[in-house]
Design a protein around this ligand. Structure first.
Ligand code: PLP
Length: 414
């Protein structure tokens, strides 16, 4: 045959996605994705869907910000959009305490660099106007750290990750917002890991002018959809006054397709890019699911199931160093220290999708996105115990599972 592909059809296996992300996409989201008809990006129902998504997003994020919408792509697409108002020479203080806030800080260094600074080291520029405060892996960014850096530098922009997924640490968003207000800095926040997992409303943090999240974590909408973003009026004014070096991810321009024009909701979106009816339908369904369950219920469920997993791995002798409620980051017991990567690779080879940390030190990360049931946590605990046993750990799995069962019985009793 002529023109035959040299490759057979791609088959991707199902795994137990127990990592920091992507989460297990809800089957209703996948159904919405494959169930959408072939409709173009200006079809009335697609445009209506986008407007409804916009309204649901405002509720989901807890905001009155008009400029609240989805950026096509992944978390970094939303973050790139959010950081697009940062211009060469702008002063920035960024707090970095792990892999992701480290990449955020790199993005800010790229955007704030002058041409000469960029040319000097284009893949890792070190602009004079950007200060990166490095907080050690495993530690949180505290109010005191933010206050002292903003008091010293009084930057135009300040940046923090709300939840740093690299090390599983929650940073002090209240302290960050307060310090931004005190020092008149415009706060930008990476809320990729916290949105949809913690019960919070972004309008409670007036020091933060820009927020960006992602489709694939708390929102449970991996099939390449939309990264939620939200911008205050002050951000939009600043952006309008100075511009941004992008068309595709320009917050004011991108918002037009979501029916946001000149700081107002309009009835119908205007062309910005070719949106997919599949993606819009999936995003719409994911938002419906999240809102139906309610953020506070969801947040309580995450905390309860994370506690169950944390206690079980602690009973296996592991040391948990994280405090996020969607993710447990741990060190193996002393007898297995240094074998974290080997254990993770064994699990992954077996369809049990846990993760190592992506920057030093090597730790194990086990996530529970959309795995909020006793049976799912029991499967994770059982498979993890088996993997440790295979490496030579001496575990009494029955005792561990009995402890886990007690945790679940306590809720039924309560
Ligand atoms: C996952 C993550 C990102 C990157 O999101 P992508 O969807 O991979 O683009 C950025 N920041 C944080 C805090 C994350 O957890």
């Amino acid at each position: 045959m002529i023109n035959a592909s040299p490759f057979p059809q791609l088959v991707v296996p199902d795994t137990l996605a127990a990592g920091p992300g992507p989460g297990n996409t809800d089957h209703r989201v996948l159904q919405a994705y494959t169930g959408a008809g072939i409709a173009d990006h200006m079809h009335p129902d697609v445009l209506r869907g986008m407007i409804e998504c916009k309204h649901m997003l405002r509720t989901f994020m807890g905001t009155q910000n008009i400029y609240t919408f989805g950026v096509a792509g992944t978390g970094w697409s939303g973050l790139d959009c959010m950081m697009s108002a940062v211009m060469p020479g702008d002063t920035v203080v960024a707090f970095s305490n792990g892999t992701f806030s480290g990449i955020d800080a790199l993005t800010l260094r790229i955007k704030a660099a002058t041409r000469a600074e960029l040319a000097e080291d284009s893949l890792d520029p070190k602009p004079a106007s950007v200060t990166v405060i490095e907080v050690p892996h495993g530690c949180s960014v505290t109010a005191e750290i933010v206050e002292s850096a903003l008091a010293e530098h009084k930057p135009k922009w300040a940046f923090m990750a709300h939840w740093e997924t690299g090390s599983g640490r929650i940073n002090d968003i209240q302290g960050f917002s307060d310090a931004c207000v005190r020092h008149d800095s415009m706060g930008l926040v990476d809320a990729v890991s916290s949105l949809g997992v913690e019960d919070f409303a972004i309008d409670d943090y007036p020091g933060v002018v820009g927020w960006a999240s992602c489709p694939q974590k708390g929102l449970l909408c991996l099939p390449l959809t939309y990264a939620p973003v939200s911008f205050s009026d002050r951000y939009i004014e600043t952006l309008r006054a100075n511009g941004a070096y992008t068309y595709a991810n320009h917050p004011i321009m991108e918002a037009r397709h979501w029916g946001i024009v000149d700081n107002q909701d309009v009835e119908k979106g205007a062309y910005h890019r070719t949106h997919s009816a599949y993606a819009v339908s999936a995003f719409h369904e994911a938002l419906r699911i999240n809102l139906a369950e309610g953020l506070s219920r969801r947040a309580q469920d995450y905390a309860f199931h994370e506690q169950a997993l944390r206690e079980a791995v602690s009973a296996m002798g592991c040391e948990v160093t994280s405090n996020m409620t969607s993710l447990v980051v741990l060190n193996l017991p002393p007898s297995l220290a240094g074998r974290e990567m080997e254990l993770v690779q064994n699990c992954r080879a077996d369809g049990f999708g846990i993760w190592p940390t992506l920057s030093a030190p090597v730790q194990v990360r086990i996530g529970i996105l959309n795995l909020l049931s006793q049976s799912a946590i029991t499967e994770i605990v059982t498979r993890f115990a088996q993997a440790m046993t295979n490496l030579g750990a001496d575990l009494d799995i029955n005792t561990i599972l009995a402890g886990l069962n007690d945790h679940y019985q306590s809720r039924i009793a309560a």
